[in-house]
Structure formats: C-alpha cells, structure tokens
Design a binder for this molecule. Structure first.
Ligand code: ADP
Ligand code: VHF
Length: 369
C-alpha cells in the first residue's frame, strides 16, 4: 500500500454516520471508520477522533415530539447519547480511547487551551485514541463552538495536525447542494476558499446534522490557514477509506495555505468570540491595513455591542465589512466617552489612561493578511 502522506490526522465523524436512523448508535458505517483508524495507527499515523452523535444517539431515551428540540431536551439527550457513542467506538477498537468534552470557552482561555494541548499530546504519546465532542450538556449557546466541523478544525490546530478529514454523508463539496440540484458537480480540489465557494454551500438536509456544508467550509478555512490540508469525504463508503490508505484522491481536498499565520493570530481570529464591533473612519482603516498601526480612539466612528476591557471585538470599515479582530483595552462605556478624541485627552476625560491605544497591534489580527 502506498500509505498516507500525513503523520497526524484529526478525523471528524458526523451524526448521520453514528446514528443513521437518528434513534441510537449503529455500527453500519463505524466499522469501516474504525478499520481506517486502526490501519493509520499501524502505519504510525497519529489520530484524534472528533465524534458527533451524542444527541442523535440519545434521542430514543428521551422521546420528544416537538421540533425544534428545546435546549434542555437536547442537553439531556446528549448526556445519554455521549456514553452510548463512546461505547460504540470502544466496542469496535481494540486499544484505549479517552473521552474529551470541550466547550468554546475552554479553547478561548489560553491556560485551558494549553492544558487541552498537553493532555491530547500525552494521550497520543501513549497510544490512546482521544475522542473529542462538544460538552453539549453544560454549554450554553454563547459558550459553544456550536458545530463539530469548526470544533474539529480548532482541535486540529491544538494538536498541530497535518490533515483534517471530515467524514460526512456526501461525497464532498459540490457546486450546489446535490440533494436539491441534480446538476451539481463534485469539486475535487480547492486552492482558495473564496466567497464564490461559500456561495455553493447549503445547510443540512436532516434533523440531526448541524451546519451542513457551510460549517465544513468554515472549518476548512480555519485549518488550511494553519497549514492543515482539509478533506471532505463520504464516510458512508468504505471505498473512501481504501482510497485514502492507497494515497489516491478522494472527496474534496482543500489545500493548505503556504503562509501559516502565527498561533496567536490564529487563536485571535478563530478561537475568540467577539462581544462588540467598532466602525472606523477611512484614515484608521488605512493605518490598520497598510501601516501596521494600532487603533487609536481618534479613528473610531461608531461602537456597538456590550464588551469589557480584554474582550475581543471586530474592527470594521464604515460599510460594516469586518477587517480585523482585536482585544479592546477599554470597555464599551469607556469607549463611548473617548471615541473620536486624541489619545492625549483620554486621561482628562476618564481620569485615568491605562493605554493610549484602543487595540494594540500585537493584539490584533487582520482577516486578510
Ligand atoms: N454544496 C454542497 N455540497 C455538498 N453537500 C451540501 C452542499 N450544500 C449543502 N450540502 C448538504 O450538507 C450535508 C452534510 O452536512 P451535515 O448534514 O451537517 O452532515 P454531518 O452530520 O456529516 O456534519 C449534505 O448531506 C448535503 O445535504
Ligand atoms: N455535539 C453534537 C454534534 C454537533 C454537530 O456538529 O453535529 P454534526 O453536524 O452531525 O457533525 C452531538 O454530539 O450531538
């Protein structure tokens, strides 16, 4: 066998593969995936599994007829289904597995992020398969990543994977949703995830999937910008895994970007949730985009949101286009008082001046750099 060219993989498995009938776990598709994981390990390739399916697997235990499911019902289903899903994998694999349940909040805090990194590294060093899912039972909407495609991309960054493989119920990215457009064509390779590519993506067709193709493209964008090749393959077909192991093309490959952004900028752009937005005048936009400058209060034309000092905010042009994400040195109420003034006036207005800049250059990442 030609073998895989990657040495560390994150494999994401969607709910439709874990619980195809949406009422309990099934081994129908998992057998081939488990075989693939075992073969990777035989070849010395490290694997982290990101497995969805806790809500779908727990559905039968908590019958509920109304849609959409209330959050507390979903969380209860996840609590039941998580153990079932883990048990399913455990039954198919003859090596140790470890359960890792994460929220977005865990990945936002630098210390917790580093702890997650160290735990995953230790598990891999000891030949244990980490199985990651969102901690659905405890996470409220604002603390969630919200979908496992994006979670898998964040995990791929944490473990410095060289590939992210998203296993779904469709052969890859098509020019349009193939379930509603019979003329849609499979795209084998993507070098740049442009707005035209995003326009091809639709949502999920079934009740148990989250995000459809849109979240897969977001994940591919996150991962490829960190130098991680990303694949979307059909995990319902054993042939997909045979092709990968034989080093053959399969599904849609999103090529990694050559220029990796720094770990801190990646964390800023892709891990931190924003709590507000500043619109900047044209001078501040130019300084930010072309002069490598920090943001001064003078350049702020409007403020929205509810944020505190230390929170992440979007920096936008007058039309609302998001240009950069950064950490604010001031709260929304403080900024309301110093917006549009020279930095020298901050102290006389607020009575203190912890920083002459609103967002320091080192705490800022441009969306397109
Ligand atoms: N352009 C597209 N190409 C392929 N699939 C698409 C596209 N747009 C929307 N989809 C839908 O995305 C679905 C896969 O996403 P989802 O249901 O969330 O699966 P998973 O549970 O694997 O995350 C496909 O079954 C398909 O219906
Ligand atoms: N964390 C949720 C899955 C969320 C999710 O993104 O689902 P999917 O779109 O099927 O990958 C669960 O375990 O049910």
């Amino acid at each position: 066998m030609a073998g895989l060219k990657w040495r560390r993989l994150v494999l994401k498995v969607g709910s439709a593969l874990i619980a195809p009938e949406a009422k309990g776990c099934s081994t129908r598709y998992l057998l081939a995936i488990a075989g693939f994981i075992s073969e990777c390990r035989q070849q010395g390739v490290e694997v982290v599994l990101v497995s969805s399916g806790s809500v779908a697997a727990g559905r039968a235990a908590i019958p509920f007829a109304h849609h959409p499911l209330p959050i507390n019902v979903k969380q209860a289903m996840a609590a039941v289904g998580q153990t079932r899903m883990m048990q399913s994998w455990r039954n198919l694999l003859d090596f140790d597995c470890a359960q890792i349940l994460l929220t977005h909040d865990d990945l936002q805090h630098r210390n917790r992020y580093l702890n997650i990194h160290n735990t995953l590294r230790t598990l891999l060093d000891h030949g244990v398969l980490p199985i990651v899912n969102e901690n659905d039972t405890v996470a409220t909407a604002e603390l969630k990543v919200g979908d496992n495609d994006n979670l898998a991309a964040l995990v791929a960054t944490v473990v410095d994977a060289d590939a992210l493989i998203i296993c779904s119920d469709v052969d890859g990215l098509y020019t349009a949703n193939p379930r509603s457009d019979s003329n849609a064509l499979l795209i084998p390779e993507v070098h740049q995830i442009t707005p035209e590519i995003y326009a091809m993506a639709g949502g999920s067709h079934h009740a148990i999937g989250t995000g459809g193709m849109t979240t897969k493209l977001q994940a591919a964008s996150k991962a490829t910008s960190q130098g991680i090749d990303t694949l979307i393959i059909n995990g319902q077909k054993a042939d997909s895994f045979a092709a990968l192991l034989a080093g053959k093309a399969c599904g849609t490959l999103f090529h990694k970007q050559q220029e990796r952004i720094s770990a801190k900028k990646h964390w800023l752009l892709h891990s931190l949730k924003t709590r507000g937005e500043l619109k900047l005048d044209s001078g501040a936009v130019q300084a930010l985009l072309h002069k490598g400058a920090s943001l001064l209060p003078k350049g702020i034309s409007s403020i929205s949101g509810d944020f505190d000092k230390g929170d992440a905010i979007w920096l936008c042009d007058e039309a609302g286009k998001q240009l950069a994400k950064g950490i604010s040195q001031y709260s929304v109420s403080e900024l309301g008082k110093i917006r549009g003034v020279h930095s020298q006036q901050i102290e006389s207005i607020l009575g203190y001046c912890p920083s002459e800049v609103v967002v320091h250059r080192d705490d800022l990442a441009l969306v397109e750099s």
